[in-house]
Write a new protein. Structure first.
Length: 318
């Protein structure tokens, strides 16, 4: 990989810089394996019947109560500061979502709780969910334009205006031109109302391969540089000539600075599956009961690094 024509030899923040830059250990918890969307680009397989997870969540058994054992494991991690994202499937389909949020918020080690939702539930549902909830909670609605309706825009704005809960949408940047006008409408609403947003490029998933053209960047460059996740966040990169650079998400995609296979990294993202299993998102290593391997160095086994958060981890070419 190169930047400005020079080989890249390091990326991300060094481990000793993580605390000051709020690069926490993070958990991504699939609290339910049911989704009401079938996005064509879904990396979890919900968009294709042959890859869609087979769920038993609403068919009895112990799956619905797994969250209690997960919370017990998280309570053990008292020596670490971490943040957690609640996903699915669609997390708002979980009947105990508010209880999960309240229990997480009471843990001193937990720095932040994010709900990654497609916002299909009613405005009334979200207003009740946010009522007297802890300030650790942030709503991160993922805006999927294959299912977009204007009511999604209205709900985003009303939650922003009517609650004290932070709402930071993640706009899924669709490469298909048919969705661009809706994307611009949603971006403009966020900008006009001072709603911070993130932008996420689609990645290759099953039968879907996104193609971002020069026209795409011409149209959306101004939006990419306005949102919190793209405009304000810069990612450290060091080149072979010793120069240090702060690059944007657009720089990363244009220069394809995502190929770290074989590099040494400190992967701090952990996945919790709907059955309560803990494994490292990158290496698939299982988490020890005491959390002793939460922040261990590893050699990257993956062909691509497609997550904004992961680009902040300490990476060294070996």
């Amino acid at each position: 990989m190169k930047y400005n024509g020079v080989d890249i030899v390091a990326a991300g923040y060094e481990n000793h810089q993580h605390a000051e830059n709020e690069v926490y250990t993070s958990f991504v918890w699939d609290i339910i394996d049911v989704c009401n969307y079938k996005c064509s680009y879904c990396s979890a397989g919900y968009g294709h019947d042959e890859h869609r997870p087979v769920s038993t969540f609403f068919k009895g058994g112990t799956t619905r109560d797994v969250w209690r054992s997960v919370l017990l494991r998280l309570k053990i991690l008292k020596k670490h500061e971490w943040e957690i994202s609640l996903l699915g499937g669609e997390p708002t389909l979980h009947p105990d979502l508010r209880a999960i949020v309240d229990n997480l918020s009471r843990m001193d080690s937990c720095q932040a709780v994010y709900i990654i939702t497609n916002m299909t539930k009613s405005l009334d549902y979200f207003l009740k969910l946010c009522d007297n909830v802890d300030r650790k909670l942030t709503l991160n609605p993922s805006i999927h334009f294959e299912y977009y309706k204007p009511v999604i825009l209205d709900k985003t704005l009303n939650i922003h205006l009517q609650t004290n809960t932070s709402i930071q949408p993640t706009v899924m940047l669709h490469d298909n031109k048919r969705y661009w006008s809706d994307m611009m409408e949603y971006f403009d609403m966020c900008i006009d109302n001072d709603i911070e947003y993130n932008s996420t490029f689609l990645e290759i998933a099953y039968d879907y391969t996104p193609e971002y053209t020069d026209e795409f960047f011409e149209v959306f460059s101004k939006y990419l540089h306005h949102g919190r996740g793209v405009g304000d966040t810069k990612y450290p990169v060091t080149t072979a000539d010793g120069a240090q650079h702060q690059v944007t998400v657009q720089d990363i995609y244009v220069n394809n600075i995502k190929k770290f296979k074989g590099w040494e990294c400190t992967p701090k993202s952990w996945k919790i599956d709907s059955k309560g299993g803990f494994e490292n998102s990158c290496t698939k290593e299982r988490l020890s009961m005491t959390g002793g391997n939460l922040s261990c160095k590893a050699v990257c086994p993956n062909d691509t690094c497609g997550c904004n958060e992961w680009w902040l981890y300490d990476k060294r070419k070996v």
